[in-house]
Structure formats: C-alpha cells, structure tokens
Design a protein around this ligand. Structure first.
Ligand SMILES: [Zn+2]
Ligand SMILES: [Zn+2]
Length: 178
C-alpha cells in the first residue's frame, strides 16, 4: 500500500473516530431517554452503559451495534451514490465504532491488544478516562489519538459553550460521581 493510500485510510479512521465521538458526546451530554424512538433505542442503552459498563457485552454483535450500523450504512450508501468514496469509507468505519468501544471494556486477543497499545484502537486505559469524573471528556471510542488533543484544546467545553450561547440549550452538569 502506497503512502498516499495509507494516509487516505488513516485519515478516514480518525475522521470516523471524531464523527462518532461527536455523536457520543451529544448522547451523553444532551440525550434524554424520553425522546421518541432515539430515546429508547440509543439514549437509554447509552445511559445504562455509563451505569454498568459491561452490560453492552452481554448482548450479541447486532444488538450492540445496530443503532450505529443502520444510520452509518445509510450515509455510506448515499456517499457512494454521490461518488464520495472517502466519506463512504469514513461511514463504513463508523459502523464499527461501538464494537471497537466494547473492546476497550474487555480483555481482547493479542492482535487487538497490540493495536490498543499503539492507540490505533481505543485502549481500556484511554477509554477509562471517559468513565471517570467529570464524565464529560474523551468521547472518541475508536482510537487513543484524538481524545488527548481534544481535551488539551478544550474542544468539548468550547462546543457546549457555543451551542449554549447560540441556542440556549446547555448540557447536563458535569459530575463528580457516576
Ligand atoms: Zn459516554
Ligand atoms: Zn465505555
């Protein structure tokens, strides 16, 4: 694989990490389980994950991932139809975000552990910061590359501040306990 191709794939993997991180941030910080459809199928399981981190591992692959696969695959299909192959690759990678997230909550095989050690995949240590106070950082669950950078520049707080100022909608308060 040429260097350009490698860059193409790595950039898509990081973009998928960022996009799914933003969706995860939105779920955590603004999600309400009483919302129609999304509340029951996305927000409620998400809240459960933060109360019981290993609950997501109890169900099968489809149960854990369908709410990510369905919208991301739809985006991939539209992108392909529009000739946007890189965007389609980002969306295809994004379909697996929650599965990669689940790997950070268990002890996986050596290959996955090696990739977690390199930060190519989100590691248990890296993702552990998301499950600690103030429960409002490290939303990216596919790699360990973006979270430190986003935290260092105050990305999530800035995003919340801008949204709060422009729409009047503020996130739930940060917490010191789960
Ligand atoms: Zn979360
Ligand atoms: Zn988690």
């Amino acid at each position: 694989m040429g260097a350009v191709m490698l860059l193409y794939v790595v950039a898509a993997w990081l973009a998928a990490d960022l996009v799914t991180g933003v969706v995860h941030w939105w779920e955590d910080r603004y999600g309400d389980p009483s919302w129609p459809i999304v509340g029951r199928h996305v927000i409620a399981p998400n809240i459960l994950h933060h109360q019981d981190q290993r609950a997501m591992l109890a169900g099968g692959y489809w149960q854990r991932n369908w709410t990510t696969i369905v919208p991301a695959a739809a985006v991939a299909a539209v992108a392909l139809a529009c000739g946007q192959r890189w965007v389609a690759l980002v969306a295809a990678f994004a379909t697996q975000a929650n599965e990669v997230h689940g790997w950070a909550h268990q002890r996986c095989c050596r290959v996955i552990r090696g990739l977690q050690l390199l930060g190519v995949l989100c590691s248990p240590d890296g993702h552990g910061r998301h499950h600690r106070a103030p429960f409002a950082t490290d939303f990216c669950v596919m790699t360990d590359a973006l979270n430190p950078v986003l935290s260092a520049v105050g990305f999530w707080r800035l995003l919340e501040f801008v949204i709060g100022c422009t729409t009047g909608v503020w996130p739930r308060p940060e917490r010191t306990t789960a």
